[in-house]
Design a protein around this ligand. Sequence first.
Ligand SMILES: Cc1cc2nc3c(=O)[nH]c(=O)nc-3n(C[C@H](O)[C@H](O)[C@H](O)COP(=O)(O)OP(=O)(O)OC[C@H]3O[C@@H](n4cnc5c(N)ncnc54)[C@H](O)[C@@H]3O)c2cc1C
Length: 471
Amino acid sequence: VAEKGRGRVDIQNDLASLLGAAGWLTAPRDTAPYTRDWLDRYGVPPIGVARPTDTQQVAEVVRLCRQAGVAVVPQGGGTGLVGASVATSPNTVIVSLARMNKIEMIDEQEHTAVVEAGVILENLHTALDAQDLSFPMHLGSEGTAQIGGLIATNAGGSHAFRFGMMSELVLGMEVVLLNGDVWTGMRRLIKDNSGLQLRKLFCGSEGRLGIVTRAALRLYPAQRERATAMIACPSLNAMLKTGQALRRSCGELLVAMEFFDTEILDLALHHIPDLTNPMDTATPFYILLELATSIDTLDLHPLLESAMEPVFEAGWAIDAVVAQSQAQRAALWRIREDLPEGTLREGRQLKHDIAVPVSAFPAFLEDSAARIAKILPGTRIWTFGHLADGNIHYNLSPPSGQVDFSNADMELSSAIYENAERHGGTFAAEHGVGHSKHAVADQLRSTTERDLMSKILMAADPEQIMNPEVP
Ligand SMILES: Cc1cc2nc3c(=O)[nH]c(=O)nc-3n(C[C@H](O)[C@H](O)[C@H](O)COP(=O)(O)OP(=O)(O)OC[C@H]3O[C@@H](n4cnc5c(N)ncnc54)[C@H](O)[C@@H]3O)c2cc1C
């Protein structure tokens, strides 16, 4: 961002008088919680952190920053895994939406909610529970991630294959644009073809096109009955066959189908002492699945058992645990949610959030393992993710006894991303591009894709002020 207009002191004074002491933080002890990303890889101290309380304040902050030639980085819960919610240049103001956290309306007739962007997902879930409604976005960070951040990353999570990613769940939104104008696109409609689908453009925009301040969300009836199971599969092919059979037999009742390999399960059990393994049988792969319905007279357990019978008969599954209580259900989900923590505690790791068509799983995994073995023999591979939509979290640890990747980090990651693309997949599935995938985005996006994206970005932000370092 070009240094221009008035200086750093002026913007500090302007923002202090606009936002007051609680709304404009500059002391390092106050700004510290906002300055580093979740994985502690990015972030330099910014000029300060603005914490506006309404849309007009956000608009004024953006206008002042633009006038002063200062970069603006919107921040939600800070749980993003690609580093895009922090400053990478000191000439930056971070705009935290944390104080814009009102649930403005929940409409039982329409099945819609209107919320401010800083509402934490878990708080929305709790408010909806009380009204027998649900918002089907579920992910491990839901106790911290905010609606604005979920929109800006187009979050996916465990229920995406059934209910869609964030872009399918957002009906309308309000956005502060670079010039301080406010776009109010808050229609609460499923059908709205009144022109270009502007709201979708902001989904996945990673804070580059504007600051989302409010959103209208699509709700569903609360899920009152559930059946949750962990299934042991003796091979990759058996896991894919199990997934395919259960998708068909359980239909729309299947709301989540996660998978993980035995190595990452063992790692999590090793590093997290109170995590327990409910399975008696060790197999190369496991599925965690959940059926759910809003019809409270429908007992899903017999249905799940009869759906699993042919899977066991075919030998695609050899053991299963079905949760018999809410506590057992929570314990099964905890295994899945603690897997990233397990790899984190192992030390240095390379994380890759890729997706390939489900049919390409075996070829992708086989080719990737072969390429990794050539680059750095002994590199340990951990895989888990969302089986039904082909989203694999493909993480690496250095060979045993080694603390790093012998400077092969870039080569290893490029091999995985290229391999995903080669098999019809993507180098960025649900976490976005951010700072961590800058180089790979430049390398793997086609020229046409790059041009189109850059024209859209330049039209919205010709001065490159909004989160300018994100490609
Ligand atoms: C344990 C764990 C599990 C996770 N599991 C999943 C998962 O299953 N699926 C998944 O998709 N992600 C997952 N994530 C990643 C992360 O939680 C999501 O990307 C989430 O959507 C980020 O929301 P946030 O509010 O924390 O945004 P932040 O991290 O604060 O910001 C993310 C991006 O959005 C921009 N942004 C934030 N708020 C706004 C706004 N109001 N207007 C415009 N731009 C904004 C930021 O500038 C940044 O570019 C996980 C993360 C963790 C730590």
